[in-house]
Design a protein around this ligand. Structure first.
Ligand code: AMP
Length: 397
């Protein structure tokens, strides 16, 4: 079934209730340190206002336990106004009479931001009566919150049933689905998936699903050591999930039968403590002495991984190659990012997703040099696992 998008609905004189993802990072003075998520929601809001509609925005912020001013969306109203070029109105609640009044008085071209949905535990619980109260505020429901589309919360999925045919996805969600689809379905070969980060346990579902879709899987970061130890290597004090070693061997075996090449690091930058000031050396990946831990891929691995990347036409990157937050262990991630950027310039399609990989491409100023940076880590991983996102399924129903 074709999912409905903005162009299939008439917004003129209508109130659009939009689930956005304004879960932005704030510093101690409640200033936004990265407004990407707000900027990403702008095209949908602009479209609706230009069509003669008004926008009622609902979002969560952080993980409040009940009502807590620290997590109030009131802190970001001025920034949202500035980004949207409209004086955004704010109500300090998301249900009840205050909201009803504000919604009744809302005129075409105006934007109203509701208070943090997670001030009510009913939001995460997917409570149907809470969803129904929220649903009262709009003539049309638009889901544009890719970052929470993998959750069946009241505002992301449960609410959709109250809108019959008057529901659709926003432009951000549409773009995310299209770009992730480019890797999963209409990808140009050879396809390379690069997986890194701390744990294999959080990426097993992805590895298993993509085995049928990719030609190469590059595995770096902390998760590579479970594979190395499972094959009999000495990994010293490096990160390892002992209970996943058997699974790691099964993955290697499955990949072999499917003709997928798995590339593990050859060498690593080892450190005698988990600190940027640690003593460091280069070691072979399977000969790490006790008391030392691998915190980045080594120079031979950088070249080997870049070589695979440069032959690829489609590249997916999720997870850093090392502890890139510390400058002494950031080189592997940075060099891999450069290889992906160079290959993209030569015409490959590259998709980067997951909180830490996105932070890494931004840190190395490569975010404009890859084809697409996904705004949702968990949602992207679930799509890569082959799951249908509840937020998308609810629009299809
Ligand atoms: P994840 O959330 O599983 O994608 O993991 C991301 C985190 O993994 C980042 O904070 C990295 O610092 C960390 N990481 C990457 N490589 C290593 C490593 N070799 N040892 C310890 N932590 C690592």
């Amino acid at each position: 079934m074709q999912i409905k998008d903005l162009s299939s609905i008439d917004f003129n004189n209508k109130k659009a209730l939009i689930r956005v993802d304004f879960n932005v990072p704030l510093n101690e003075s409640f200033e936004i340190t990265d407004a990407t998520r707000i900027l990403s929601a702008k095209p949908t809001i602009d479209y609706i206002l230009n069509q003669g509609g008004s926008a009622i925005l609902m979002s969560h912020l952080g993980r409040p336990k009940g009502k807590d001013n620290t997590f109030s969306l009131g802190h970001i109203v001025d920034n949202v106004s500035e980004i949207m070029s409209v004086a955004v109105k704010f109500v300090p609640d998301c249900i009840g009479d205050k909201v009803r009044n504000a919604v009744t008085n809302l005129q075409p071209g105006e934007v109203l931001l509701l208070e943090n949905l997670r001030f009510y535990p009913e939001e995460k619980a997917g409570d149907i009566s809470f969803a129904k109260q929220l649903a009262e505020w709009g003539d049309i429901y638009v889901n544009d919150a890719f970052g929470t589309a993998h959750r069946a919360h009241a505002s992301t999925a449960i609410i959709a049933q109250f809108f019959d045919t008057k529901k659709c996805i926003g432009l951000l969600l549409e773009k995310e689905l299209k770009n992730i689809g480019k890797v999963l379905t209409d990808s140009k070969k050879p396809v390379t998936a690069i997986l890194g980060g701390a744990k294999i346990s959080s990426k097993i579902g992805v590895i298993e699903n993509i085995l049928d879709k990719v030609d190469h899987i590059i595995i770096g970061g902390g998760m590579s050591f479970t594979f190395i130890k499972a094959q009999g290597g000495q990994i010293g004090n490096s990160l390892c999930e002992d209970d996943k070693m058997e699974l790691a061997l099964e993955i290697l075996e499955k990949a072999k039968t499917k003709g997928v090449k798995i590339h593990l690091p050859l060498d690593t930058v080892i450190a005698d403590e988990f600190s940027n000031d640690a003593n460091t050396q280069i070691a072979s990946i399977d000969e790490i002495p006790d008391g030392w831990m691998g915190l980045d891929i080594g120079p031979k691995t950088e070249i080997a991984f870049a070589f695979i990347v440069m032959q690829s036409k489609t590249i997916l990157w999720n997870g850093p190659m090392g502890v890139f937050e510390m400058s002494n262990f950031a080189i592997g991630t940075k060099e891999l990012g450069y290889a992906i950027a160079d290959t993209t310039r030569e015409g490959a399609f590259s998709l980067v997703g997951g909180g830490d990989s996105v932070a890494a491409v931004k840190k190395f100023r490569l975010d404009k040099k890859v084809s697409y940076v996904s705004t949702g880590g968990g949602a992207m991983l679930e799509m890569l696992e082959g799951k249908t996102l509840p937020g998308v399924a609810a629009i299809l129903e």
